[in-house]
Design a protein around this ligand. Structure first.
Ligand code: NAP
Length: 343
């Protein structure tokens, strides 16, 4: 076994000098270095923007999707969608631990969820067993490698692994909401009926409190009903998030103030301006969506004279996994929804 850099740069094949996430090709040779661990992969949770792109490009044909996923992984050594640039995460069991891997609280056989993106995780797929078109999860036989710097969480033995995978995939979102939303805030959640949407809505309701207002934006009538039933938003607006004026007008129609904090958790492009227009000048927009364009957000805000603060949705923030699993475990409605969708 050879030692490598803690960020896995020794595995970068093309182009040289970049970190694994930015690389177009990394080595997925499954012989581990001393500071890596080898994982027997059970399931990939492809990030929603990526999964949606693949699903649409293949017209929901599972065989074509399988070919496309295998082609990406064989070409790049990792599951990084070349169109969206995004990855996802995985669950699996630890197969081998390098002698210099820093975390000594793990052992071979432990079931873990990686909390670093698949867009930088060396991966080899032997076989795709099944693709779930409804929840972005792909069951495989294969192996992956976690670098010394790679964060992960143990899968709690009392929770379903697919549910844990789904929740942890978007753990950064509710944890950031916890940091951003203050008592009495008006909070707008664009894509509120999605996986991260409901987790963010729960956290926003909690932080904003009884005198705050949480407004969800969704694009299907059944999603309006769902959010009302789950008691996750004070108000729900039915609008197309790619139509900035529609969202802005409808938000103004249901509430007398624009948002202090707007959370973008959709999985499609061209939603930057809905967020910017619907947020107060001194407010914050948190772009968690992987379909966000920096150029569209930056130039779009300038174009409408908005002084809004815009935050890129870092998938990681301290304590994000614990906070997210607590939300699922403590909110009966979300737990039941997730059990229905992911187990
Ligand atoms: P999800 O469960 O698929 O939710 C996305 C939601 O957006 C769905 O409810 C979808 O509704 C809705 N939506 C789509 N188009 C819309 C439109 N035009 N108007 C209004 N709503 C619309 O996705 P997720 O897993 O929560 O992920 C959300 C986003 O976070 C994705 O972009 C994902 O890639 C990203 N992500 C980011 C990170 C990070 O580190 N920043 C990590 C993981 C995921 P329909 O189902 O009706 O289309």
């Amino acid at each position: 076994m050879k030692e490598l850099n803690k960020y896995g740069t020794n595995r970068v094949l093309e182009p040289s000098g970049v970190l694994p996430q930015a690389a177009t090709k990394i080595s997925n040779d499954m012989t581990i270095y001393e500071n890596e661990i080898l994982i027997d992969v059970i399931t990939l949770n492809i990030d929603s923007a990526s999964f949606t792109q693949i699903k649409n490009a293949c017209n929901k044909d599972v065989v074509k999707m399988e070919e496309m996923i295998l082609d990406i992984v064989n070409t790049r050594g990792k599951m990084q969608n070349p169109v969206t640039g995004s990855g996802g995460m995985l669950i699996g069991t630890i197969k081998e631990i390098g002698s210099k891997f820093p975390n000594s609280n793990i052992k071979v056989g432990d079931k873990i969820a990686t909390l670093v993106s698949l867009s930088l995780t060396p991966l080899k797929i032997k076989k795709i067993n099944s693709i779930n078109l409804d929840n972005d999860q792909v069951n495989i036989a294969g192996e992956a490698i976690l670098f010394e710097s790679g964060i992960f969480a143990q899968v709690p033995s009392d929770m379903d692994e697919h549910l844990v995978l789904a929740a942890l995939d978007v753990a950064g979102a509710p944890a950031q909401v916890d940091k951003l939303v203050k008592k009495n805030d008006t909070v707008l959640i664009i894509g509120a009926a999605g996986k991260s949407g409901v987790l963010c809505a729960h956290q926003a309701m909690k932080n904003a409190g009884p005198n705050g207002t949480v407004i969800g934006v969704v694009n299907e009538t059944w999603q309006v009903e769902l959010l009302k039933e789950l008691n996750l938003c004070h108000k729900v607006v039915l609008a197309d998030a790619t139509n900035a004026i529609e969202v802005y007008e409808k938000v103004k129609a249901v509430h007398d103030e624009l948002a202090d904090v707007t959370i973008n958790v959709v999985n499609v492009q061209n939603t930057e301006m809905s967020c910017i227009l619907s947020t107060k000048d001194d407010g914050v927009v948190y772009f968690f969506s992987m379909a966000t364009s920096f150029t569209k957000a930056a130039l779009g805000a300038e174009g409408v004279g908005s002084d809004v603060t815009m935050i890129i949705g870092n998938g990681y923030t301290k304590g994000h996994a614990e906070l997210t699993l607590n939300v699922v475990n403590n909110n009966k409605n979300i737990k039941e929804l997730f059990e229905r969708l992911y187990t």
